[in-house]
Design a protein. Structure first.
Lengths: 343, 365, 415
C-alpha cells in the first residue's frame, strides 16, 4: 500500500515492472497466436501452408523447397521455436543446398519476392508513422478542443454545429472524404499536386503531400474524440470535486483547465493508445487513397499478390505497436491517476 | 419586494430598505429558481435570515426542502455545473459583512469564496479530487488567496492537518484522498475549508456519510474549531440530533421556505409549526423511554414545481381541518413572531397551536 | 402451505409457533478472498463475517447494528443465502440450508425474503409495479386465489399504496412509496422471515417513521419474523426485541433491547450509544457523557489480535491483546464478548493495564464516565457475585485472530 511519498516511488516502480512484465507476456502470446493463424490454421483447414507462402502459381518443386525451408515437417514446437528465434536472433532457411539468410529481427521471408520482410517493413514504416503522428497531433488538438468547448457551451449553436460535423465525421467513410478532398484541393483548386515526396528529398514537398492525408485521417478521429471528450467533460463537470474547486475560489480557467481536464483526459488517453497503436499497423484506406508508400499499402499489395509473409510481418508489427502504445498509456495513467498504482 | 419581506419587517427586522444590515450575514427574500422542461423548480422561494459571527445556525429540512440550494446560493455556486442548461434564477439579497453578494462583481464574489466563506460537503470522497494529494489541494486553496511560496503554503497545510487531528500530518499531507479513511477525509476537508480562516463556514450534511463514532469526532471538531476561530457557521442537515448538538438557532425549511425559526431550545421545546411537530414525532429517540409508535408525517414532500396553494404543508398537515378564523386558505401563511426571537408560519392561532402542542403532541414524544 | 392459503388475508397459519427457533446460525463465516497479480494468487481475505452464533425466534425482531465494515450486510446476505458461507451453518426451521444449491433453495426462498436499502436501485425502472410485485409468483410458479392481479392489488393496499397504481412505473413514486413497493414484493409469497437491510436509511425522517410503523403493523398482522440490519441505533431500538451489536465481523453483544440500552455491557456498545447525537439542545453542553472513540474501525483484512476492539478500547488490558473473549451469557438474556464488561464484574480483574491505551483513552473519556463505570461495575459485581458465578477469564481463544499486531488507530486501511 502506498502511503505518502515514502512508499510512492516504490509503488510506481513496482507498477512499472508489473506492466512491463505483463507486456512481455502479452507479446509472447501474440507471437504464438500469429504463428497459429499463419501456420496451424491453414493446415487444419486443409490448405498447405507452404503453398500459401509461395503464392498462387508456384510449381510443386518450389513448394517443396519452401516446405523444407520453413521446416513444416518438424514437430510444431520446433517450428514455434524457430519462429521465435527468428524474431530475436535471425534464422536460416535451408532446403538442401539452397540456403536463405534472414537477419536478426526476422519477421519472415518473402519467397516470392526473394527478400526478407523486415527491411520492407522498415522502409515503409516511417511513412506510416509520419502519417499517424501528424494526424494524431491534429485530431487531439481539434477533437479534444472542440469537445471541451462543446461541453462548456452545451446546447449552444457552436455545440450543435460541432456535434453535427462530428457525427458526419464519424459516419462518412474515409475513402469518401479522401476522394472528396483530393478532388477539391488537388484536382479542383490545384493547391497541391497530391504526390508523396520523401522527407529526405524535400521538406516542403513532403509537407504538401502529407497535409491532405493528415487532415482526412484526423477528421475521422477528431470527430470521435470530440464526442467522447464532450461526454466525459460533461460528466466530470458534474462531479463534487469540481464544485469543491469552485468553492475554494479558484478561477474558472483553473477549475476547467486543471481540475476537470485531468479527469477528462483519462478515458481519452486509453482510447488514444488503442487507436494510435492500430494506426501504426497502417492506415490502409488513407494510404491507398493518397498513394502513400506505407505499411497499409504494403499489406494491400501483399493481399493482392498473395504474399503471405508480408501480411504476417505487418500483423506482427501492428500487434507490437498496440502493445507498446498500451504500455505507454498504462504508464501515463499511473502518473495521472494515483489510484492506479495500487491496483 | 414580496410578502415575505413585509412580514420580516413586521417581526422587527428592517428588511424593507436595502440598507447595510448590522448582522454579519443577512439573507433577505432569497429565491433560487431552476427552469426545467417540466416547469420552474422553486428550490428556494423567499428565505430570510441573519447570522452573527461566532454563532451557529442549523438549517433542517428533508430532501428537496431547498436547504442545500440555499447554501450554494450564498456561496454563489448555484449555477455551477449548469453548462448549457437554462440558467438558475436568483433574486433577493445576501449581505456578507456589509457587502451585497448578488449584485456584486462575480469575480469579487469568487475572491470571497474560500477566503471569507468556505464550505464543507457531505461526501468527502467525492468532494476531494482523486488525482491530487491532500496537501496539493490544501496548498492550492491557500495560494489562491495568499501570495506565498509553495513551501510556506505547505507548512500551513501541515499545520491545519495537525489542527484537525490527523496523525503524522507531515507525512499524511502527501497522501491521496483514497488513502484516507472516511473520517480522516472529512477532517482533511475541514482543514482545507478553514485554511484561510473564513468568517463564514457552511457545512452541508457534514457527517451524513460517516459512521456514528466518527460522526461524534467530527461534530466535536467542528464545535471546537468554531470556538477557536469564532466564525459564523451554518450547518445543513436532516438529522435533528446533529442540529441540536451544534446550533444556537434553528431554521426549519419546507418546500423552499422557512416555516419555523428560532433559538434551538425554543424550536425543540416549544415548536410552533405542525411540520416541526411532525419531525420531532417521526424520530425514534435514544434519550427517551421507548415509545410504542412513531408519529409520522403523512404523505410525501411536495413537488417544487407545483407547490400546493396556500400553506405548502397543508396536504400533509394533521391539523389542516382545525377551524381557522379570518384566514383564506389559499393564502400562504407568513412568518409571524411567536415568541422572543421565534417565528413560525402557520394559519392556526397561537392559542390553538399551544393547546395542540401541550395536549396532543408533547405527551407522546 | 398451499398457495390458496396465501390469499386468505391477514390471519395465516404459521409452521413455527411464536417463540420457537426459526433461524439458527452457528460459527458463520464469510471471507472474501483478495487476489492479486497475474496469477490471481490469493494474498489475503476480507473477513467480513468471522464467526457468528445466534438464533432468531419466530415472531421476534432481531436488530443488528454496527458501523460500516462490521459485516452486518454480509450477514444478511448469508442468512438469506444470497451468499454462500465460507464456514459455519445456517439452519432454517431445523433444516440445514448452508450449502443448498439454487434449485434446492427455491422452496426456501418463499419463506425468507429480503428488503433492500435503496428503493431507487432495487426496482427495475422498466417494469410496472404490478410486474415487480407479481414477479415472485411467476418465479415460484404460484397462482394465488383470485388471480395474480387481484393479489398484487391486495398487497399494494396492505402496504398503503393505491391498488389503482398497478400499472405505474417506479419513477412515478417517491422514495417512501418505492420502499413500500419493495415491501409488497417481499410479502407476496407470505414469507415467515423478512431480512431488511437498512430499510429506512435512504428515506427522509418523516417518511422513515411511516415505513417503520408499516413494518410494525405488518409484523403484528402477519406474525412475521424480522431481522433488521441498520446503522441507526435509535431506529434499531425502536423496532427490535433483541439486538446484536457487531464489530469487525463479530457479535460483541447480543441482548434484549431494554437490557442493552439501559445497561450495555460491552464498551463498544456503550461508546456507540453515547456517540449518537441527542436531539436535545439542553444536553449540548453535556459533553462529558460522550465516549469519544479514537480513530476508525480497523480493516477486516487484518483485524487486531485478541479482542478486536482492544485498539480503541479504554478498558483494554494485556489479555485483550492476546485472547479473544468468547460471547457468554453473563446476565440472563444478555450475551457479551468482553474481558472487562461494563455494568458487571470484571472477567479478568488482575490483568496488566496497558499503559499506552489507558493513557490515550483517559484523554478521551471524561473522568466522570470512567468513575461512573467503575462504580456501577463494582456495584453490579457485588450484586451478581451472589447469584451468578462469573465465567472464567481464561476463555478459549479461537486462535484465528493471532495474525496481526496492526494497531487499529492507523486510519488508512483500505486498499
Amino acid at each position: 500500500m502506498a502511503r505518502g511519498t515514502a512508499a510512492g516511488p516504490r509503488a510506481v516502480l513496482a507498477y512499472l515492472i508489473r506492466r512491463l512484465f505483463a507486456a512481455a507476456v502479452m507479446l509472447v502470446v501474440i507471437i504464438l497466436v500469429v504463428f497459429c493463424i499463419f501456420f496451424l490454421v491453414p493446415k487444419w483447414a486443409g490448405v498447405d501452408p507452404a503453398a500459401a507462402f509461395v503464392g498462387k502459381q508456384a510449381d510443386p518443386a518450389a513448394i517443396e523447397a519452401v516446405r523444407q525451408k520453413l521446416g513444416l515437417a518438424d514437430p510444431i514446437f520446433v517450428q514455434v521455436w524457430e519462429f521465435f528465434k527468428g524474431i530475436f536472433a535471425g534464422r536460416t532457411y535451408a532446403a538442401g543446398g539452397d540456403v536463405t539468410q534472414c537477419a536478426a529481427p526476422c519477421f519472415g521471408y518473402s519467397f516470392r519476392s526473394e527478400q526478407a520482410i523486415w527491411p520492407v517493413l522498415t522502409d515503409r514504416f516511417p511513412v506510416t508513422l509520419a502519417l499517424a503522428l501528424g494526424a494524431a497531433v491534429l485530431w487531439l488538438i481539434v477533437g479534444v478542443g472542440a469537445g471541451v468547448l462543446s461541453a462548456l457551451k452545451r446546447g449552444s449553436l457552436w455545440d450543435r454545429g460541432a456535434m453535427i460535423v462530428a457525427l458526419s465525421g464519424v459516419s462518412l467513410p474515409i475513402y469518401f472524404t479522401a476522394m472528396l478532398s483530393l478532388s477539391a484541393f488537388v484536382y479542383g483548386l490545384k493547391w497541391m499536386d497530391g504526390q508523396y515526396v520523401p522527407l529526405a528529398d524535400s521538406f516542403t514537398g513532403w509537407l504538401g503531400g502529407m497535409i491532405l492525408p493528415w487532415v482526412t485521417l484526423a477528421f475521422l478521429y477528431a470527430a470521435m474524440y470530440a464526442r467522447i471528450t464532450r461526454a466525459t467533460m460533461l460528466e466530470v463537470l458534474g462531479e463534487d470535486y469540481i464544485r469543491t474547486a469552485r468553492a475554494k475560489g479558484l478561477t474558472e480557467p483553473v477549475v476547467i483547465g486543471k481540475h476537470a481536464m485531468r479527469s477528462t483526459m483519462t478515458p481519452i488517453l486509453t482510447m488514444f493508445g488503442m487507436d494510435f497503436g492500430a494506426l501504426i499497423g497502417g492506415a490502409i484506406l488513407t494510404e491507398t487513397a493518397f498513394s502513400l508508400p506505407g505499411l497499409g499499402q504494403a499489406v494491400l499489395s501483399a493481399i493482392r499478390n498473395q504474399d503471405l509473409p508480408v501480411i504476417l510481418g505487418v500483423t506482427l508489427i501492428t500487434s507490437l505497436a498496440v502493445i507498446v502504445a498500451n504500455l505507454l498509456v498504462d504508464l501515463l495513467y499511473a502518473v495521472i491517476d494515483p489510484r492506479v498504482r495500487l491496483s | 419586494m414580496t410578502e415575505l419581506s413585509k412580514s420580516g419587517a413586521a417581526v422587527g427586522e428592517p428588511v424593507k430598505d436595502s440598507s447595510t444590515p448590522s448582522a454579519f450575514l443577512e439573507v433577505r427574500d432569497l429565491k433560487v429558481h431552476f427552469p426545467t422542461d417540466d416547469g420552474l423548480v422553486k428550490s428556494v422561494d423567499g428565505l430570510s435570515f441573519s447570522l452573527e459571527k461566532g454563532k451557529t445556525l442549523g438549517i433542517v429540512g428533508e430532501s428537496g426542502s431547498g436547504k442545500s440550494v440555499t447554501s450554494l446560493g450564498i456561496m454563489g455556486l448555484h449555477t455551477a455545473g449548469q453548462y448549457g442548461k437554462r440558467k438558475a434564477q436568483i433574486s433577493g439579497e445576501i449581505w456578507l459583512d456589509g457587502t451585497e453578494l448578488l449584485s456584486a462583481d462575480p469575480d469579487y464574489v469568487r475572491k470571497l469564496r474560500g477566503r471569507e466563506m468556505a464550505m464543507i460537503f457531505q461526501d468527502p470522497l467525492s468532494a476531494l479530487h482523486p488525482y491530487y494529494t491532500i496537501g496539493q489541494q490544501i496548498v492550492e486553496a491557500y495560494q489562491i488567496h495568499h501570495k506565498v511560496t509553495k513551501k510556506v503554503a505547505r507548512r500551513r497545510a501541515v499545520e491545519m492537518l495537525d489542527r484537525v487531528g490527523i496523525p503524522q500530518p507531515d507525512k499524511r499531507v502527501d497522501s491521496y484522498p483514497h488513502e484516507f479513511s472516511g473520517g480522516m477525509r472529512q477532517r482533511a476537508m475541514i482543514a482545507m475549508s478553514l485554511v484561510n480562516n473564513p468568517e463564514l463556514l457552511i457545512a452541508d450534511e457534514p457527517t451524513t456519510a460517516l459512521d456514528v463514532t466518527v460522526q461524534a469526532q467530527i461534530l466535536d471538531l467542528i464545535r471546537d474549531l468554531q470556538k477557536e476561530f469564532g466564525s459564523a457557521v451554518i450547518v445543513i442537515t436532516h438529522d435533528l440530533g446533529v442540529v441540536a448538538e451544534l446550533s444556537d438557532d434553528i431554521l426549519v425549511m419546507y418546500g423552499g421556505r422557512c416555516i419555523e425559526r428560532g433559538p434551538a431550545e425554543k424550536v425543540f421545546y416549544e415548536p410552533k409549526h405542525p411540520y416541526t411537530w411532525g419531525l420531532l414525532g417521526s424520530m425514534p429517540r435514544l434519550d427517551r423511554e421507548q415509545t410504542e409508535r412513531l408519529i409520522p408525517v403523512k404523505g410525501s414532500p411536495p413537488s417544487l414545481i407545483n407547490l400546493p396553494s396556500g400553506c405548502a404543508f397543508n396536504p400533509r398537515c394533521s391539523y389542516a381541518d382545525v377551524p381557522k378564523d379570518n384566514v383564506t386558505r389559499t393564502v400562504r401563511p407568513e412568518l409571524a413572531q411567536v415568541g422572543s426571537q421565534h417565528w413560525a408560519a402557520c394559519h392556526m392561532t397561537q392559542e390553538q397551536r399551544d393547546r395542540i402542542w401541550t395536549e396532543e403532541i408533547a405527551p407522546k414524544l | 402451505m398451499t398457495p390458496s392459503a396465501q390469499s386468505g388475508g391477514a390471519t395465516l397459519t404459521k409452521d413455527a409457533a411464536p417463540g420457537e427457533t426459526l433461524l439458527k446460525v452457528t460459527g458463520l463465516q464469510k471471507h472474501f478472498p483478495i487476489r492479486k497479480g497475474l496469477l490471481q494468487r490469493q494474498v489475503g481475505a476480507v473477513r467480513a463475517v468471522d464467526g457468528l452464533d445466534f438464533e432468531v425466534k419466530s415472531g421476534e425482531t432481531l436488530g443488528v447494528v454496527g458501523e460500516s465494515g462490521c459485516g452486518k450486510s454480509t450477514m444478511g446476505r448469508l442468512i438469506t443465502r444470497l451468499l454462500e458461507p465460507t464456514a459455519g451453518t445456517v439452519e432454517f426451521e431445523g433444516k440445514d440450508i448452508t450449502h443448498l444449491g439454487v434449485s434446492a433453495m427455491r422452496p426456501m426462498r418463499r419463506d425468507v425474503q429480503m428488503i433492500f436499502q435503496d428503493p431507487y436501485s432495487s426496482l427495475n425502472p422498466r417494469h410496472t409495479i404490478g410486474t415487480i410485485v407479481s414477479a415472485p409468483f411467476k418465479l415460484q410458479g404460484v397462482m394465488p386465489e383470485g388471480g395474480i392481479k387481484k393479489e398484487v392489488q391486495r398487497l399494494l393496499s396492505v402496504v398503503g399504496l393505491n391498488p389503482e397504481h398497478y400499472n405505474r412505473y417506479p419513477h412515478e413514486f417517491s422514495g417512501g412509496q418505492r420502499q413500500r413497493i419493495g415491501i409488497a414484493r417481499a410479502l407476496a409469497l407470505n414469507p415467515k422471515m423478512v431480512v431488511a437491510d437498512e430499510p429506512v436509511s435512504a428515506l427522509d425522517v418523516s417518511i422513515q417513521a411511516q415505513v417503520v410503523n408499516l413494518l410494525d403493523d405488518l409484523q403484528q398482522e402477519l406474525g412475521l419474523t424480522y431481522v433488521i440490519i441498520a446503522h441507526d441505533l435509535s431506529v434499531v431500538r425502536h423496532v427490535s426485541d433483541r439486538i446484536a451489536v457487531m464489530y469487525l465481523g463479530k457479535i460483541v453483544e447480543l441482548a434484549d433491547r431494554d437490557s442493552l440500552y439501559k445497561a450495555p455491557m460491552h464498551p463498544y456498545t456503550k461508546a456507540l450509544m453515547s456517540a449518537v447525537p441527542i436531539p436535545d439542545p439542553r444536553r449540548k453542553s453535556a459533553k462529558s457523557e460522550r465516549i469519544l472513540l479514537q480513530g476508525d474501525v480497523p480493516s477486516p483484512i487484518s483485524p487486531p489480535s485478541g479482542c478486536r476492539f482492544h485498539t480503541r478500547c479504554w478498558k483494554a488490558t494485556q489479555i485483550c491483546t492476546t485472547t479473544e473473549p468468547p460471547l457468554l451469557e453473563l446476565k440472563p438474556g444478555q450475551q457479551v464478548a468482553c474481558h472487562h464488561p461494563e455494568n458487571f464484574a470484571d472477567q479478568a480483574p488482575q490483568d496488566t493495564v496497558l499503559l499506552t491505551v489507558a493513557k490515550r483513552a483517559a484523554e478521551l473519556v471524561a473522568d466522570e464516565v470512567l468513575a461512573e463505570s467503575a462504580e456501577t461495575s463494582a456495584a453490579v459485581a457485588a450484586e451478581v457475585a451472589e447469584t451468578v458465578a462469573p465465567a472464567p477469564a481464561e476463555a478459549t481463544s479461537e486462535g484465528d485472530a493471532g495474525d496481526s499486531g496492526d494497531s487499529g488507530d492507523s486510519p488508512a486501511k483500505e486498499k
